[in-house]
Design a protein around this ligand. Sequence first.
Ligand SMILES: *Cc1c(COP(=O)(O)O)cnc(C)c1O
Length: 412
Amino acid sequence: MTQRREIPFGRPWMTHREREAVATVLDGPILTHGPHCSAFEKRFASFMGDGAHCVSMSSCMAALHMAWFHLGVGPGDEVICPAMTHVATAHAIELTGARPVFVDCDASGNIDPVAVEAAITPNTRGITLVHFLGVPCDMAAIMDIARRHDLRVVEDCALAVGTRLDGVHAGLFGDAGCFSFYPVKHLTTAEGGMLVTRDADAAVTVARKRAFGVDRTHADRSMPGVYDVDMLGMNCRMSELQAALGLAQLERVDEMLARRRENFRVLSEGLGSLENVRVLGGVSGETSGGVSGGTSGGVSGGTFGGEAGAAIGAGAQSSHYCLSVVLEGPLSARRPDLAASLRQAGIGFSVYYPHPVPRLTYYREKYGWRDGEFPNARAVSDSSVALPVGPHLGVGDMEYVAETFSNAVKEL
Ligand SMILES: *Cc1c(COP(=O)(O)O)cnc(C)c1O
């Protein structure tokens, strides 16, 4: 048997560059909302390309909230929201007073455009979505629905640094894209986020709204301390310490993404053709053909969910946040046993996401929950395990994870 390893699900990759960058800020006069933030915004915009304008934020949740606040949704409005996402996607809508209207995902875990269209009412003002595990949503279909019904679109890109569709980065299809720099995400600033838009004017206004709505920056004030406020705002600025971390991380983004891609490939090949195990997180051709679904009917069979994958086509690029395995058929109730085997072998794992959002107590109590609802989201929440592929891990680690997981499945 292979020697035991310790494999954390996520571990920030820090180098002397991050340490030096933070120390430089500490030695200087400006601790927040200064030149490092501007430089990070510019650098992130050039990484994304296609005329992106970036506004640094205190978190992804703050960016999502800001996006809907800026777009002006409020009480009486509805925003269509994926059931399979982080609670932040829904909270951002709820905080404005609008109502999130949940729809199920397809077998890939991404929001189902057919369900989106079916959920539209006269009160619908927008659509939000998450590029689940870094796999791009079917943006052609979603933007087509949005145009036909005059709806605003906010993309939750918390797992989507490096996600592209036909060369266009995630976050640049809708009105705004929101990124997270929380520690286990692709890049980290400890806490932090970025709001991205192609609308240059919106970026300027949002930048002011995230700093109390003050009409001029420190640099623009002829009399220190004197300013006016002509709009409602909040404080969700990023600090210079965080931006310095982000700049240092961004220098290695291509290498980080390449490591994730290679780790994902090795792990998915290593899992081979396990019966009743379906792999999520990759796009067409990335999961070895044998990793297919089993017996549970409609949602099984494809390498990452079949039709959804086919629909987004060959131009789709995943950011490989993790490799999630959905247990199907007789395996679907055996997650606790597999989790125990992984834990014993020193392998960190997680669940993305642990509940369909409408099943979380706050939303269940407010809007109700029926047991048969959202079957695809429930399958992901209740029967999947997310395995690590982060840049802190190498090919040997992936072989170890694949062997451990395969043996555990066979021994069940
Ligand atoms: C992590 C995550 C968030 C929250 O990001 P923060 O930066 O911690 O606010 C939002 N949406 C999704 C999909 C996430 O995975």
